[in-house]
Write a protein of this length. Structure first.
Length: 131
């Protein structure tokens, strides 16, 4: 079963996926695309997060593709950091807050329920399919 860890660091994602003997549940092995979307050529910036009107086409495409991957691959577990400070992001950028603020979580996680996970992570488990 695939899992999806929306973290910017390969040092977190790859060992976790490999040790759990799982596949990555998206075409994007990490969430590092966010570091590019929030870099203005001089510095990384965070809050306020982009509104739909402020997003460039690459950020919108990343969010749409990621959501489509959730529907296609149905990762059994989705994890995202719930504290700021991921690699390549501004000190005030918090991944779980970002996905909630831009509407991605509400749009794409309807088949998931939030579960308790390790400290510093928001975790979602795929609901069991009903026959």
């Amino acid at each position: 079963d695939p899992i999806l860890i929306l973290h910017t660091s390969t040092q977190i994602v790859f060992p976790t996926v490999m040790q759990a003997d799982r596949r990555i549940g998206s075409r994007y092995p990490t969430a590092f695309a966010l570091a590019f979307a929030y870099f203005d050529g001089k510095r990384h910036h965070g809050k306020p997060y982009h509104t739909a009107a402020q997003m460039d086409s690459l950020e919108r495409q990343y969010l749409d593709n990621l959501g489509q991957d959730v529907l296609k691959y149905k990762p059994t577990l989705i994890m995202m950091p719930s504290t700021p400070g991921d690699q390549g992001l501004a000190a005030d950028f918090q991944i779980d807050e970002y996905f909630a603020t831009v509407g991605w979580s509400a749009r794409w996680l309807g088949d998931y329920r939030e579960i308790r996970g390790p400290a510093g992570y928001r975790c979602y488990k795929l609901r069991a399919a009903t026959p």
